[in-house]
Design a binder for this molecule. Sequence first.
Ligand code: ZN
Length: 241
Amino acid sequence: MRYAVISDIHSNLTALDAVLEDARPFDALLCLGDVVGYGPDPNECVARLQSYPLTCIAGNHDLAAIGQLDLSRFNPDARQANYWTRDELRRESRDFLLNLPNTIKLGGFLLAHGSPVNPVWEYLDSLYLAKDNFLRFDFQTAFVGHTHIALAIKWDSEQKEASFPEENACSLSLAKDRLILNPGSVGQPRDDDPRASYAIMDTEKMSWEFRRTHYNIERTQKRMRNCGLPKRLIERLQYGW
Ligand code: ZN
């Protein structure tokens, strides 16, 4: 199976469609949460995902948008966007989000938005946290999102230490080391590169490839302005922070 692995779409339909086009051909989608929040097209993003064979988990913004998470931990812009999203969600979109699990195990694969240890809130962005997750779970490969930054961390089972793979490898083999992989964010990248971020995983070749693709950022920004979404959330898209 060839999967497009996506995360943190954040209601950015223009970015999502660019990724789906760039990823062709693929058999199915793996989505690591935060389908909604921040952007202008929550219902359209849900509908687009549902039109593909899909495995999807919940992110903190998804849970907040259906009233299952306290918004007090959100910053004011995120909170405002989330209230807007709540009002905007159609019933079928709400039902979709309500049915998303926090984690999914597929053989040796484990999907969690934040991390296996704390699927909703942990930002898995350090070797220290990665080590904790490798030690407490038995996954071969864990897929995470939430940080909006593409990342790979591997586990040395003899030394019992986590490390970053050699160089800035765009492609990785899933067949050897235990790994934690983050495809980055489709709809709001935060690594100073505004292009949409995702990955292609081939389970026959056991390969993983990080990908970036351009999308029409101005179109998303215009739609956000029309929806009255916070200015800071609109501006950040063109810089990728
Ligand atoms: Zn997110």
